[in-house]
Design a protein around this ligand. Structure first.
Ligand SMILES: *Cc1c(COP(=O)(O)O)cnc(C)c1O
Length: 367
């Protein structure tokens, strides 16, 4: 049985001891750079997080004020990167089949001020990249691949994600498809328009400690949860900045990630080369979601965060964005109906959850 396990933060990813004591030498760093360079065919730049990597990609290929297509179902990190880089996000509605925009939807809204497209492959559902490439060529658009959800996956035509666009952006944050608690990378595959300085400063000690201790603190909270104190401790840790919620990670173009990220990420990438990469999250669209969530909770499943509860998540940042709900009705509807499970639940443990969800499904289930 799955006990109350989830405390508002995710506890998957590298283990307690691996993260606490992982030592990365300069050789590990070199090996990681070579791995990324070989895989994505360009010089990698390591960053503090995924949003910083995305901002570097955007600054490299676009002018301030350019309009950039963004999936109308995304996380605040993407919006932040676009705005920080000086561009204007154009949110585009999504399809309930794969939670991505597609060429049909893009054709209706494209205009000459749009210069780029961020491909998101939501929750690991890849887009029809062949069609997207043709579309981009026709309209003179630069494609940026954001692999936060989809590193190591394949497009329908068999090509691997990150091997098509002008730039490949990776996030190594909590719960992403490569998870080393913190970090990111960008590989600029096409010749750049503007040279952007790579991050050069060492990470702050506080950031380093936060990342190192995160799995341990989560484990302690999980243990304490048996006496119903885990939630309180986690709230305390967040309040005192010993734990940071993923969405609150700051965009930073000067700080490098901790070196241990290189070693952990290398082993995760090699692992999915061997075993293949599962989808980040299966999703279901249901009616009466509150009721379903309550039933799941009663059955021992406990999670209070799914991707995404607003077209740009989390909720606490949604208001500042002025999201064009009128232009993205599907995205709004989907975010009212979607359920997906944190990726630390094992497939076999989700059987009961699927039974609970089944009578409520409205279509658009992925599996
Ligand atoms: C999480 C995420 C990122 C990058 O996030 P960071 O927290 O900055 O590492 C980028 N794109 C998408 C779609 C994401 O979900």
């Amino acid at each position: 049985m799955i006990r109350k396990y989830y405390l508002g933060l995710n506890a998957n990813g590298p283990g307690v001891f691996k993260t606490l004591f992982c030592h990365s030498s300069s050789r590990d760093l070199r090996e990681f750079n070579e791995l990324l360079a070989g895989k994505y065919q360009g010089a990698p730049i390591l960053t503090k997080n995924g949003r910083s990597a995305l901002a570097i990609a955007l600054k490299s290929y676009f002018e301030p004020g350019d309009k950039i297509i963004v999936n109308g179902f995304t996380c605040y990190a993407v919006y932040e990167a676009v705005v920080e880089a000086g561009m204007t996000p154009i949110f585009v509605d999504i399809s309930k089949n794969d939670l991505n925009f597609n060429v049909g939807i893009l054709e209706k809204i494209i205009n000459k001020n749009v210069k780029g497209v961020i491909i998101q492959n939501s929750l690991g559902n890849t887009v029809d990249m062949e069609a997207m490439e043709k579309f981009a060529k026709k309209h003179n658009l630069v494609l940026i691949e954001d692999l936060a959800h989809s590193a190591g996956m394949k497009y329908p035509d068999g090509r691997e994600t990150g091997t098509v666009g002008a730039a490949t952006v990776l996030s190594f944050g909590k719960d992403k498809s490569i998870n080393t608690i913190t970090g990111g990378a960008v590989i600029l595959r096409a010749p750049v328009k503007h040279a952007v300085k790579a991050p050069f400063k060492a990470p702050k000690l506080s950031e380093l400690m936060r990342a190192r201790f995160y799995p341990l603190l989560c484990a302690v909270c999980r243990g304490l949860n048996y006496v119903h104190l885990g939630g309180a401790l986690m709230r305390f840790l967040i309040l005192t900045h010993q734990v940071e919620k993923s969405a609150d990670s700051k965009l930073d173009l000067v700080r490098r990630p901790p070196n241990f990220v290189a070693k952990l990420a290398t082993s995760q990438i090699k692992n999915f080369h061997h075993r293949g990469q599962p989808k980040l999250r299966d999703f279901y669209l249901v009616r009466d979601r509150e009721e379903v969530l309550l039933k799941l909770k009663k059955a021992g499943y406990y999670f209070n965060s799914f991707w995404y509860e607003k077209p740009v998540s989390p909720v606490r940042y949604y208001k500042e964005i002025q999201f064009p709900e009128k232009d993205c009705p599907e995205a709004v509807r989907i975010t009212e109906q979607i359920i997906n499970f944190p990726n630390y639940y094992k497939k076999q443990n989700l059987k009961r959850a699927r039974e609970i969800i089944k009578p409520y499904l409205t279509g658009g289930k992925s599996d």
